[in-house]
Design a protein around this ligand. Structure first.
Ligand SMILES: [Zn+2]
Length: 297
């Protein structure tokens, strides 16, 4: 706990620069320092509580089952990842944003029809109050089963034309149709099992004082898995892009939506190769537009 809290506070100046100072300089942030700090504290607290709970449970398991702890620990951590996918949209996301159903009945009806055509009916499209924080625009899908949802940021709703909005919702429906949230959760569960195996192989049994080493190992594994995860994510994004083109048959809206997203979010059009391979979870805007033109990618 103390170690994690210390690391969090040590990273604070860098986080303030990255999350607020730089965002303000580029005109992207709409937040005050106070608002930003409140978000930061909430995020750190959630991380601390979850990490502490997982660690206490792990050390408890080692005490109870000194020889067999990796088996129940791997199962429990994988189940924890699964549980988080279910509850995050209803427990964690509302800590940071308020969600309301899309009020425009006609538009909501058209988006529902689009979802029917995609073969993935949704109960509704939710709008998140992202404008409290940023001028960036975005949309995403999250949750599993009863908690699955398509979320559109209010900044996107205000900014995009109707064909562009439909195109972006069609992209999110593509993620739903191909079950990317479920596949991502399964990937996370596999990662959780791998983490337990590595901890067991390197540290043997876990003692309470092993926390810094364990945290270092987990961070190392996270960094090592970045290129593979970014590669998978880019593949899924391309699949969702293709789906959005199929569903809307609106290449013009595709190009306009992605040019507009790139402008609003100040996307890097031609990132350094290493940064692209390690960190880019989405194809670059030129790559996406090439896909729409059938120039393959
Ligand atoms: Zn996407």
């Amino acid at each position: 706990m103390v170690v994690l809290a210390a690391v969090g506070v040590a990273c604070l100046p860098l986080d303030v620069w990255r999350g607020l100072v730089r965002e303000r300089r580029f005109g992207l942030s709409t937040q005050t320092l106070r608002g930003w700090l409140a978000d930061w504290a909430k995020g750190e607290l959630v991380e601390l509580v979850l990490a502490a709970a997982v660690w206490v449970a792990a050390v408890g398991l080692v005490r109870a089952l000194p020889r067999w702890w990796p088996l129940p620990a791997a199962a429990a951590l994988a189940l924890f990842v699964l549980l988080m996918s279910f509850v995050a949209p209803v427990v964690l996301e509302p800590l940071f944003n308020r969600f309301r159903p899309l009020e425009d009945e006609r538009l909501a009806g058209e988006l529902r029809a689009l979802a029917e055509r995609a073969g993935v009916p949704v109960r509704g499209v939710l709008v998140a109050d992202a404008s409290r924080r940023t001028t960036r625009t975005n949309a995403y899908v999250s949750g599993l089963g009863p908690t699955r949802r398509v979320v559109v940021w209010d900044t996107l709703l205000a900014d995009a034309s109707e064909p562009e909005l439909k195109l972006i919702v069609a992209h999110e429906l593509g993620h739903r149709r191909d079950r990317h949230v479920l596949k991502g959760t399964l990937l996370g569960m596999t990662g959780a099992i791998l983490v337990v195996v590595v901890l067991w192989a390197v540290l043997g049994s876990l003692q309470p004082g092993d926390f810094p080493n364990a945290a270092l190992l987990v961070t190392g594994l996270e960094i090592a898995s970045l290129p593979a995860l970014a590669w998978i994510s880019r593949r899924w994004e391309r699949a969702a892009d293709r789906c959005s083109l199929e569903l809307t048959s609106d290449r013009d809206a595709f190009v306009r939506a992605h040019v507009s997203l790139a402008r609003k979010n100040l996307s890097d059009l031609d990132p350094p190769r290493l940064a692209y391979l390690m960190l880019f979870t989405h194809p670059t805007p030129p790559e996406r537009i090439a896909l729409a033109d059938g120039r393959g990618v």
